[in-house]
Design a protein around this ligand. Sequence first.
Ligand code: AMP
Ligand code: ZN
Length: 493
Amino acid sequence: MTSTEQNLYIYNSLTKVKEKFTPINEGAVGMYVCGPTVYSNVHLGNCRTFLSFDLVFRYLKHLGFKVRYVRNITDAGHLENDGESGEDPILKKARIEQLEPMEVVQKYSVDFHTVMNKFNALPPSIEPTATGHIIEQIQIIEKIIDKGYAYQKNGSVYFDVVKFDKDHAYGKLSGRQLEDMITNTRELAAQSEKNNPQDFALWKKAEPQHIMRWPSPWSDGFPGWHLECTAMSTKYLGDNFDIHGGGMDLKFPHHECEIAQAEACNDSSPVNYWMHANMLTLNGKKMAKSTGNNILPNELISGENTILNKPFAATVAKFFMYQAHYRSVLDFSSDALEASEKGFNRLMDAYRSLDNLATSDDSSMDISQWRQSCYDAMNDDFNSPILIAQLFEGAKYVNTIKEGSATITANDLSLLKTTLSNFMFDVLGLVDESATGNNDGSKLVGAVDLLIELRNEARANKDFATSDKIRDNLQEVGIQLKDGKDGTTYSLN
Ligand code: AMP
Ligand code: ZN
């Protein structure tokens, strides 16, 4: 990499400005991203956040950094209501489905990995679990108690936010003032065993029915949600590391509490660059598990949903997401996806035609300058929409060469190809579905549509043996035809 290519700026949510990225250890980057709470299938909103950080991971690697990327699995401690009260959703699911909690965890961890694979997201370097780090979490609680920022109540341990705020200022990341929070929540205080409503649990004594429990100096119980990320990030990346990421909705209280825990232990800020990815919305509202306002990756790929007009490949949905900057809200719709699909195909067509381009003695476009503008886009806080606009410029150039109204030298053609390949496949992680034969969703739709058409013809000819055969044999392979007043549709069993 040249020095201009490595000139990366990152928007730091803590300081609220773009800052030049300088890692703590030259050439190496430590990055922690909050992973999923594994009690249900990840929806496309969750995927957007993880894909935003996949882009960061890929680009840092592309720039030549040695990246240790830690993304956890939350398999305990994340209670309802911002992790603070109510039931543990993993236990709730286990109770409803009559499964072991670890069966729930396994089922949805596997789903998460399968989905990330479909999006061609790279696995993180370490994927630690909360339940695998109970000892580390207990050690941090002991340290916080020693420093005087936590207190015990009936076997539970709470972080003393009021005391911490006096010495360190609580609310730096979210820009909230403790006095305002206290004013807004005064009436709730009486219901809790906490000294102040803003205090948060580091350790919770388990009720008898809470079966995920561990021994500790305070009680048989389980750790608070915010603690696991402090324990796992610092264990693998050190007390001060480069990048911490997560969805925008985790800024408060989760990340604010992580900062408080780490500062209470070490008197210093744990993270140099805080990054927050913005939300994917559906019908203008945040996609969320709890409200049902979401669409699952499998529903996108199979076309089995009530939102989209047709199935889409995962790579197209990813391209659609990257056409917005990770810090912007993005609304999901069939029209927007269809537009992205056209753009995606245009880009792939241009890339595929590179091998057949004729070369000349000179080039009509300055390829080095264009390549630099691709880096400039990504160096400006991972601005993927600008990068994609630059890639379209490259594709346009390819098409004009094909038409004979522009020229390119052999050297420039090679640089053009490398640059397109670097950014399309290594950095954005797109997949040429037609080359890999991966677009099963749209292939299936094409094949089933053809069979429905043949069945309609058979029925019109009163050839019921054939029409029944088509229906029954499809049923045998798990495809159910449904005859309705608007024609025949199908579903996958
Ligand atoms: P959870 O499993 O609920 O802890 O969420 C996993 C990740 O998905 C977190 O980083 C959330 O911030 C993120 N997330 C949840 N909903 C959305 C959404 N609608 N758009 C983007 N990211 C989301
Ligand atoms: Zn976290």
